[in-house]
Design a protein around this ligand. Structure first.
Ligand code: HEM
Length: 202
């Protein structure tokens, strides 16, 4: 038995429900830190940042599932839906913190979405995630058919790129960390292209 088969055997014993529970917990931890002074002098900004960063990290994890299987044989496919929905959960919380704790003024919110390019780009990424989150269930897969469902779920690729570009644009100068996220996302997407047929693996 290969190492990958042993790992896959162990992974099969992990219930997917555990991923939802464990994955959702850091948001409560960030909130607790914010309320108890653990996020520094600007807790709202820090909370916004923690949620955005965690969402982007999970996005990288989701995009790594297929290349990991193709390159090593280790399959996390069973957990991909949970990880994807957790991305949506963190980015939605990130957006809610921005709306209700950071900006708060509705006229200002529209002005920011329309006039600040990094917000426009982040918002576009988030909007692309909405249909994906709504159709991440067995009923939608049956209704759309697996092939069409997979096609539409490729919207996650531009959403991830937009999320990373949004992070790059936040900084006034070129910073390594956001560029590294963007680079890793582009590499993970490039790894899905099958050179022989130029096709993309889901
Ligand atoms: C796919 C969608 C998105 C991703 C992956 C994402 C990710 C991130 C990341 C990683 C950061 C930087 C965290 C840090 O500096 O440590 C950030 C900051 C931020 N994001 Fe997002 N974000 C997304 C969508 C949005 C949306 C929809 C909004 C609001 C409309 C938004 C508003 C902000 C704001 C205001 C900041 C902080 C800017 C500052 O430092 O003043 N983001 N985001």
């Amino acid at each position: 038995m290969t190492a990958a088969q042993r790992i896959n055997g162990a992974l099969r014993r992990v219930p997917t429900g555990a991923i939802y529970i464990v994955g959702a917990l850091p948001a409560f931890w960030f909130l607790y830190l914010g309320l108890t002074g653990g996020l520094g002098v600007e807790p709202i900004k820090a909370l916004e940042h923690e949620l955005g960063q965690f969402g982007l990290k999970l996005f990288v994890a989701v995009l790594a599932v297929t290349p990991l299987r193709n390159l090593t044989g280790i399959s996390l496919i069973r957990f991909r839906r949970a990880l994807g929905l957790l991305v949506f959960y963190y980015i939605a919380l990130h957006l809610l913190v921005w709306l209700f704790l950071d900006v708060q003024i509705w006229s200002q919110i529209w002005a920011d979405i329309l006039k600040r390019p990094y917000i426009t780009i982040g918002m576009t990424g988030f909007v692309l995630l909405i249909p994906l989150a709504l159709t991440s269930n067995d009923w939608s897969v049956r209704k759309l058919g697996a092939a069409r469902w997979r096609f539409w779920h490729r919207l996650s690729y531009p959403a991830a790129i937009l999320g990373a570009i949004h992070f790059v644009m936040l900084e006034k100068t070129w910073q390594i960390e956001p560029l590294a996220y963007l680079g890793v996302i582009l590499v993970l997407l490039a790894l899905r292209i099958r050179p022989s047929r130029g096709r993309v693996t889901a």
